[in-house]
Design a protein around this ligand. Structure first.
Ligand code: ATP
Length: 257
C-alpha cells in the first residue's frame, strides 16, 4: 500500500533550465500538495499531460528524489527515513533504465539479483520463471546489444522485478513499444495484479489507462484534479470516456490558473 500525503516537490532551476522553461523564476513547483492512496491488488494510474509531475511523483515514491514537503509511506515504511526497506519492496521500471549492452540477459539477472541480496538458488529459480514468461531463454546468452527493442524491454521488466517486489511501478510502461510488445507488457501487469501486487503506472495515453487501471489520479500542472475509479471519474465529469473526462478537467484547471 502506498500513501502519498501532501507531496510537494520544488526544483531549483539553473540558467539553462530557466531558458528551456521560458521563465525568470529560480524554482519550479513540479508537484504541488498531491495526496493519494494506492492499494495492494490494484493497478493505479497516475495520469496527466507532459510535464504534469508524474515522473517526479514516481521518483519520489521509489526514493530517488526527496520530497520538499509532505510524506510517502510504502507498506508502513517512510521513503526518507526507511529508504532501504522501501527499495526492497518496490520494483521500478523507467525508459531511462539502460542495460549494459555488453552483458548477456543471464549475467544481468544474476547481477541485479545479487544487488538485491538474493541467494544463487533464488536467482536461478526467479530467472527461470521470468525468462519462461517473457520468452527470453533463447537469448539468455546473447549480448544485450544483439536483442530487439521489444526483447530489451521485456528483459528490463524482468530485471526490475527480479526480487519479486510487492509493489511494481512503471513510468510510461508501453511508450514507444510496438503493438506486440505493448500487449505483452500489459498482460504482465494484469498478471501482477492477479498475484495481489500493487502496480502503479504513469501514462498520458488515456486508452491505456482505461484498459488497465482500476483507479486513477489525474495530475495537471503539478496538482491532483481527481482521484477514483474510472467510473467515478466519468460520473463526476459527465463524460463517456477517459479522454473526454481529461479534457473537461484540463479546461477547468487551465481556467483556474
Ligand atoms: N531535475 C529537474 N530540474 C528542474 N525541473 C525539473 C526537473 N525534472 C522535472 N522538472 C520539471 O518539473 C515538471 C514536472 O516534470 P515531470 O517529469 O515530473 O513531469 P511528467 O508528468 O512526468 O512529464 P513527462 O511525461 O513529460 O515526463 C516539468 O515542468 C519539468 O520540466
Amino acid at each position: 500500500m502506498i500513501e502519498v500525503k501532501n507531496l510537494t516537490k520544488i526544483y531549483k532551476l539553473n540558467s539553462k533550465q530557466k531558458k528551456e522553461l521560458k521563465t525568470k523564476e529560480n524554482t519550479k513547483i513540479a508537484v504541488n500538495d498531491v495526496s493519494f492512496t494506492a492499494n495492494q491488488g490494484e493497478i493505479f494510474g497516475l495520469l496527466g499531460p507532459n510535464g504534469a509531475g508524474k515522473t517526479t511523483t514516481l521518483r519520489s515514491i521509489v526514493t530517488l528524489l526527496k520530497p520538499t514537503k509532505g510524506s510517502i509511506n510504502v507498506n508502513g515504511y517512510d521513503v526518507v527515513k526507511d529508504s532501504s526497506e522501501v527499495r526492497k519492496r518496490i520494483g521500478f521500471l523507467t525508459n531511462e533504465l539502460k542495460l549494459d549492452e555488453h552483458f548477456t540477459p543471464d549475467y544481468t539477472m544474476e547481477f541485479f539479483g545479487k544487488l538485491h541480496g538474493m541467494t544463487n538458488e533464488q536467482i536461478i529459480s526467479r530467472k527461470k520463471e521470468l525468462f519462461d514468461y517473457f520468452n527470453i531463454n533463447k537469448f539468455a546468452d546473447k549480448k544485450i546489444s544483439e536483442l530487439s527493442t521489444g526483447m530489451k524491454q521485456k528483459l528490463s521488466i524482468a530485471v526490475s522485478v527480479v526480487h519479486d517486489p510487492d509493489i511494481v511501478i512503471f513510468d510510461e510502461p508501453t511508450n514507444g513499444l510496438d503493438i506486440i510488445t505493448a500487449r505483452a507488457v500489459e498482460e504482465y501487469l494484469v498478471t501482477l495484479r492477479e498475484r495481489g501486487k500493487l502496480v502503479i503506472i504513469s501514462t498520458h495515453i488515456m486508452t491505456v489507462a482505461s484498459k488497465l487501471c482500476d483507479r486513477v489520479a489525474i495530475i495537471i500542472n503539478g496538482k491532483k484534479v481527481i482521484e477514483g475509479t474510472i467510473e467515478k471519474v466519468l460520473n463526476d465529469t459527465s463524460t463517456q470516456n477517459l479522454e473526454d473526462a481529461f479534457f473537461e478537467l484540463y479546461k477547468k484547471a487551465v481556467k483556474n490558473v
